[in-house]
Design a protein around this ligand. Structure first.
Ligand code: HPA
Length: 265
């Protein structure tokens, strides 16, 4: 059983270590998860866009992915995400650890609780029917602070704040949308991680995402291309991996110290 899950975003498709790939059946479809050991921790790894970036953000089977990790025993989940920055002070190459989010996604399934689904969580509590999850603390403060400490240890600055606004994609935004998002208080824009955060909480898992700014958001630079996203990710992949590895070395597998209360769901 793996207590810790790791979801890799754009540019983070592999871990350079021995992996045992498993197909996990869920009520929402099949997910492919790789099991590995990082330091002394069993880790379940899932590249959200597929191994070769074949699944666009709006078509990712988020529910199958999160349910599969839950089924493997995951209580604590870290993801990496590529984002555009809305702030001139946070340029491409920066790392951001968001504290809040705004969900602008529309069409994708974003809850397990459709009225009929029920599940007994790792905490032993059975939840089901119509469930309204608390999001006063969307990202787990314990995972966030462990990531920040890892950044300090490695002397890699991490922007410790911010609001992640999530769009459907797969297109990038218009400058008018970015102007509106700025007025709403967004710091970074991405297309994926909020849906995972919501579903993880619904199944009682802690979640935090480490974002890499790959570009300035639309209107703050001439144009945006996915090549630029991949180039920055390639350049910074080793840093992300080092932070994740250092984080995992000291991250507790227990939810006892966490204040996001996911385990009380
Ligand atoms: N917008 C949305 N998602 C992104 C961006 C962006 O500018 N950059 C990387 N992922």
């Amino acid at each position: 059983m793996a207590k810790i899950g790791l979801i890799g975003g754009s540019g983070f498709y592999e871990l350079k270590r021995e992996l045992k790939t498993k197909l996990i059946e869920t009520p929402f479809g099949t997910a492919e998860v790789a099991l590995t050991k990082i330091g002394n921790k069993e880790v379940a790894f899932l590249p959200r866009h597929g191994k070769n970036h074949t699944i666009p953000p709006h078509l990712i089977n988020y529910r199958a992915n999160i349910y599969a990790l839950y089924k493997l025993g995951v209580d604590r989940l870290i993801s990496t995400s590529a984002v555009g920055s809305l702030l001139p002070a946070v340029p491409p190459g920066s790392l951001v650890l968001p504290e809040q989010f705004i969900d602008f996604t529309t069409g994708r399934p974003k809850s397990f609780f459709d009225g009929t689904f029920s599940i007994t969580l790792h905490s032993g509590r059975t939840v089901g029917g119509v469930v309204h999850t608390d999001f006063s603390t969307p990202y787990c403060p314990d995972i966030r602070s462990t990531i920040l400490t890892a950044g300090e240890k490695l002397q890699v600055p991490i922007h410790n704040a911010g609001v992640y606004i999530c769009t459907d994609g797969p297109r990038f935004e218009t400058p008018a949308e970015i102007t509106a998002f700025k007025l709403l208080g967004a710091t970074v824009v991405g297309m994926t991680s909020v849906t995972e955060c919501v579903l993880a909480r619904e199944l009682g898992m802690c979640y935090a995402t480490l974002c890499l700014v790959t570009n300035f958001a639309a209107g703050l630079q001439d144009r945006i291309s996915i090549d630029e996203v991949f180039t920055i990710f390639k350049e910074k992949a080793f840093l992300m991996e080092a932070i994740i590895e250092t984080t995992l070395a000291s991250l507790s597998t227990s939810q006892d110290a966490c204040k996001c209360n996911s385990y009380r769901i």
